[in-house]
Design a protein around this ligand. Structure first.
Ligand code: PEP
Length: 250
């Protein structure tokens, strides 16, 4: 069985005081020796604070987005090298809240994915379908298209040592998580699609995101192709986060 991974996405939440209380509680509650990988993705301005609190803990940290360029005249953007300077080891790419609100194209997402890998950090690629797409029965086609852009641009091997988060858009922030069977079916589909390369199928982790909570985590994580979770709201509450991490322990 693969070591599971639980990622907290704070989104645009927090303050110096709120983060300090949350990070202190996480360090206190989460055991020093872990049988899973735990990652916290904070807003950019708090990366230094997160690094200060977590550097001596087994919890890793990262960002929720990154620029597709290395440096230069790109007002408001943050580069991979800047994230690395603050010890980030993971970057969420293509979250649906970004793709919808900022019209991020699949090509942009693919370039960012490659930039993160090139900088020796781990990209966490979000893929997922809308409710209309699921009801129309075309969810596999939609996810395939999202993956195909990256495959076409960089080859399937780029998925070696990376994380894909299956996040059905209808489940995010909705209290209507996918059922364990729905998650399993899509994770299996993604794994099969990327199974041509042995390295990729061995090292790729596919995690589920969308209304994961302490009540449904264990069932979701018990599915054979679910390697962990990406959490929004539950990552802002230390007890919920810890309880979900506990459900992911092998
Ligand atoms: C998310 O936005 O990635 C997410 C999974 O949010 P929530 O857990 O709040 O549904």
């Amino acid at each position: 069985m693969k070591r599971k991974i639980v990622v907290g996405n704070w989104k645009m939440n927090g303050s110096l005081a709120f983060n300090e209380a949350l990070l202190k509680a996480l360090v206190e509650k989460i055991p020093k020796a872990l049988s899973l990988d735990i990652i916290v993705c904070s807003p950019y301005p708090y990366l230094f604070q997160v690094q200060s609190f977590l550097k001596k803990s087994p919890i890793r940290w990262g960002a929720q987005n990154v620029a597709k360029f290395e440096s230069g005249a790109f007002t408001g953007e943050v580069s991979v090298s800047m994230l690395k300077e603050f010890g980030s080891s993971y970057v969420i790419i293509g979250h649906s809240e970004r793709s919808t609100a900022y019209c991020e194209s699949d090509e942009n997402i693919a370039t960012k994915f490659m930039m993160v890998k090139k900088a020796a950090m781990t990209p966490i690629l979000c893929v997922g379908e809308t409710l209309i797409e699921r009801e129309a029965g075309i969810m596999e086609k939609v996810i395939s298209k999202q993956l195909d852009t990256i495959i076409k641009m960089y080859g399937e091997e780029i998925f070696d040592q990376t994380v894909i988060a299956y996040e059905p858009i209808w489940a995010i922030g909705s209290d209507m998580a996918a059922s364990p069977e729905q998650a399993q079916a899509m994770h299996h589909f993604i794994r099969e699609k990327l199974s041509l390369h042995t390295n990729v199928s061995k090292s790729l982790k596919i995690i589920y995101g969308g209304s994961v909570n302490p009540q449904n985590a264990l069932q979701l994580f018990s599915m054979p192709d679910v390697d962990g979770g990406l959490l929004g709201r539950a990552s802002l509450n230390a007890s919920d986060f810890q309880s979900i991490c506990h459900s992911a322990e092998i």
